[in-house]
Ligand binder design. Structure first.
Ligand SMILES: [Fe+2]
Length: 482
């Protein structure tokens, strides 16, 4: 749920600048739209077998509709037929959270800013980080605010891990400047800080008062979240992560009142992301989707979101990393991270995030990279507990069918192929192969495991590991090879 600031490449900056001009390449605007669309390559074929190099062909065979058949009928078949958790837990139903309005696709920012005037946002605080302002990326937003006569002040004091002091400084700025709402611009950090600012402005007190779940009484100030990465989904979730610099802990504020009113996912703002950040945030999104799918709190709605996110990421992440200006790949990854956000916003996550949070806190490592390294190890263990769900994951990743061969059952073969496909995707997009390569120290595993077991994300993992098992997973992630 976290991304860091990034620098736009020269080519990306030029395209971003062109897209923020008075005639952006938004749908239905004619010439520019056609020019951009003409450069978009056709979608790859449905199968991603080409990406599964090394998978023996006899591991990819059709399953007859009769018999097992779980992976042959489209999405959420294993879940739909054989839920692994108690349905309607507690007899009081399930929540499903989502933003009120979302704007997607090329040119979405233009429409979002035009709408702001109609939402009573006369003056807003723009919350971003200094890098995005200095490289000129922010002008794609501020130019539109100027054009539509919306007054604003820029608050660019946000760091990759926003602190409670930054939130409270933003609260002071809103009150001093008389702002009626906040607009975040960037990745997870500006969004989370803006959520904290808007929440305290509406409810009073200090951001630390709201640590935990649903501690606020009122909806936060109006907030529009303009997203520039494809991974955290903070622009549309009810999660807000803020560092308490006195206790040196990341506070999790999980509150439906911090769900932004409007989420803007305009892929033209994402073309400047460098390959490393594209890969890390994309693998974060894949982790959100997989963890939400196997979560004990999943529902048919979150399942549908998770599986389609996995499909899109499996098909488009490589292209987005290889050619950042491929607008179709950026667009599809934008939808994918949003879908993954829709899934985990309600189904929550699992032990990949519980463990990755500790690595991020201890070593200040990129969240998405930690997730990517841990993902195959934790899912290999999960597959022992919910094997049927891996049939659907395999299909979502592009495997058209699975049959029994080589002494393995269908579910075991699905697990084998899913884990192999995750490792191969990580390798293809340049993720380091293990924790040793990230500089993690084995002597820290005991403490990391203890802390991981306290992380709320682990509560919805399909099995609850012992501390020894968590240490074992860290050990495996330390030594694994792609
Ligand atoms: Fe995440």
């Amino acid at each position: 749920m976290r991304a860091s600031a990034y620098r736009f490449s020269g080519r990306g900056r030029r395209l971003a600048a062109r897209c923020s001009a008075t005639e952006p390449a938004s749908a239905g605007t004619g010439g520019d739209e056609k020019k951009v669309r003409s450069k978009i390559p056709k979608a790859p074929a449905r199968s991603v077998r080409a990406h599964l190099q090394g998978v023996p062909l006899d591991h990819i065979v059709k399953v007859p509709k009769a018999g097992v058949g779980l992976a042959s009928d489209g999405t959420q078949t294993a879940h739909g037929l054989n839920y692994h958790h108690a349905q309607n837990a507690g007899g009081e139903g399930y929540y499903f959270y989502m933003p009120t309005v979302s704007l997607m696709g090329p040119g979405a920012l233009k429409k979002a800013v035009r709408d702001m005037g109609g939402r009573g946002l006369g003056k807003v605080l723009v919350v971003t980080d200094r890098v995005l302002r200095e490289i000129g990326a922010l002008s794609s937003l501020t130019d539109l605010l100027d054009e539509h006569g919306i007054a604003y002040e820029v608050f660019d004091e946000i760091t990759p891990n926003p602190t409670s002091a930054q939130v409270m400084a933003g609260v002071e700025a809103v009150e001093r400047l008389g702002c009626e709402g906040v607009v975040s611009f960037g990745g997870g950090s500006p969004h989370d800080c803006a959520k904290g600012i808007a929440l305290v402005c509406a409810n009073g007190g200090h951001i630390k008062d709201y640590e935990g779940e649903n501690k606020s009484a009122k909806k936060m100030l109006p907030m529009v979240a303009v997203n520039t990465t494809a991974g955290t989904a903070s622009e549309m979730t009810r999660f807000c992560i803020v560092t308490d610099e006195e206790r040196h802990v990341k506070m999790a504020i999980v509150d439906w009142h911090v769900t932004p009113d409007v989420a803007v996912d305009d892929p033209e703002l994402m073309v400047g992301m460098p390959p490393g950040l594209t890969a890390a945030t994309g693998m974060d999104a894949l982790t959100h989707a997989i963890e939400a799918y196997v979560s004990t709190a999943s529902t048919p709605i979150t399942d549908a979101c998770a599986l389609h996110a996995i499909k899109l990421i499996s098909r488009y992440l490589r292209t987005a990393v290889r050619d950042g200006e491929d607008l179709r790949a950026r667009d599809m990854m934008s939808y994918a991270e949003f879908l993954a956000g829709m899934a985990f916003n309600s189904a929550s996550l699992g032990y990949v995030h519980a463990m990755a949070h500790q690595l991020g806190g201890f070593y200040d490592l990129p969240h998405g990279v930690c997730n990517a390294v841990l993902l195959p190890v934790v899912q290999l263990k999960n597959a022992e507990h919910v094997p049927d769900l891996f049939l659907d994951l395999a299909e979502a990743m592009g495997i058209e069918g699975l049959g029994e061969a080589g002494g393995l059952g269908v579910a075991e073969r699905a697990r084998e192929i899913v884990i192999r496909a995750i490792r191969q995707l990580s390798r293809d997009v340049g993720i380091p192969e293990n924790l040793e390569a990230l500089g993690v120290r084995r002597e820290d595993f005991e403490v990391l495991a203890e802390n991981a077991m306290k992380d709320a994300c682990g509560m919805t993992n399909p099995f609850q590991p012992t501390k020894e098992e968590v240490v074992e997973m860290f050990e495996e992630a330390y030594a694994q090879k792609h």
